[in-house]
Design a protein around this ligand. Structure first.
Ligand code: TPP
Ligand code: MG
Length: 312
């Protein structure tokens, strides 16, 4: 196997954690427990885990509105992320940010926002300030963000100033309910990187090992100096937001997309490479227990004292 078995299992554990976590959130949304919109990344775990596992403690991550997986892959406490999504005081932002506004500087996760493309220029600022540290700033965004003005301004400046930014586009073929072909004549966002003189690659997000290898190569290039653009082609198996009736795509298409489930694919690959069924089941049981404990902790957490809004 190209990567060590322990690393392969670590990738599986991380993806399975995100999947279990987001299934819990989906259940809570259906039960009416979550305030605001929630965007799940079921099907996109290979991108989050493959890229984040190629980073280290010097590095910083930014994300957007579909960010739970990026933050969990970075090592945040699932109980505190669940508490944040429920708006509780134990949340990573004291329950004041919610699903779309996550920050956890303790694990090098410097922010996520509901403003499409909004963290891309913030990543440039962080990269500018951190040039001397050898750290890389990775920013996740969707294919839809690549049609915003701020995306183009940011690629232009990052290239000109040779900033250590890893642009990570998760191309799931949709911006909300609009397919890529109807939102842009440019199918792959990495084409824009070429124009700005930024090296780039595309990788299949249903293959976490391929993402990890591509991300390792990308991070090495960024550490050597200058930006890099990695486009991870993913299948969004959930709706745009939780509760989206998905009238814009057929049931056949949705069913077909499950063949690109990175969690199932990697489980099968590990089994084929000789990892015992018991070992995989043990990982799943351990993660299920972890999420169950996190869920109880989050639901018991107190509501925030809103007077903090007056004095920070
Ligand atoms: C500046 C801005 N414009 C429009 C929106 C509404 N909006 C929310 S998500 C979204 C689509 C984003 O698509 P993409 O970047 O591909 O991310 P994905 O949802 O596919 O992960 C849009 C247009 C917004 N939140 N912010
Ligand atoms: Mg998209």
């Amino acid at each position: 196997m190209a990567i060590r078995v322990e690393d392969g299992i670590a990738l599986y554990r991380a993806m399975f954690l995100i999947r279990r976590f987001e299934e819990t959130v989906a259940e809570w949304v259906r039960a009416g427990l979550v305030p605001g919109f929630v965007h799940l990344a079921i099907g996109q775990e290979g991108a989050a885990v493959g890229v984040v596992h190629a980073l280290d403690g010097r590095d910083v991550v930014f994300s957007g509105h579909r960010a739970h997986g990026h933050l969990l892959a970075r090592g945040a406490d699932p109980a505190r992320v669940l508490a944040e999504i429920l708006g509780r005081a134990e949340g990573v932002c004291r329950g004041l940010g919610g699903s779309m506004h996550l920050v956890d500087t303790a694990v090098g996760f410097w922010g996520a926002t509901g403003v499409v493309g909004g963290t891309i220029p913030l990543a440039l600022g962080a990269a500018w300030a951190r040039q001397a540290t050898g750290g890389v700033v990775a920013v996740f965004f969707g294919d839809g963000a690549s049609t915003t003005g701020i995306f183009h301004e940011s690629l232009n400046l990052a290239s000109l100033w040779r900033l250590p930014v890893l642009f990570c586009c998760e191309n799931n073929g949709y911006a909300e309910f609009t397919a890529r072909a109807e939102q842009s004549p440019v199918a792959y966002a990495r084409r824009f990187a070429e124009v700005y003189g930024i090296p780039s690659a595309g990788v299949d997000g249903s293959d976490v090992e391929a993402v990890f290898e591509a991300a390792r190569a990308a991070v090495a290039e960024v550490r050597a100096g200058g930006p890099y653009f990695l486009e991870v082609e993913v299948a969004r198996l959930s709706g745009h937001y939780e509760g989206d009736p998905q009238g814009y795509r057929s049931a056949e298409e949705q069913a077909r997309q499950w063949a690109r489930d990175p969690v199932r694919r990697w489980r099968d690959a590990l089994a084929e490479r000789g990892v015992a069924e018991e070992a995989l089941a043990a990982v799943e049981e351990e993660v299920a227990r972890q999420v169950e404990a996190a869920r109880e902790q989050a639901q018991k957490a107190p509501w925030p004292d809103l007077t903090v809004l007056n004095h920070g």
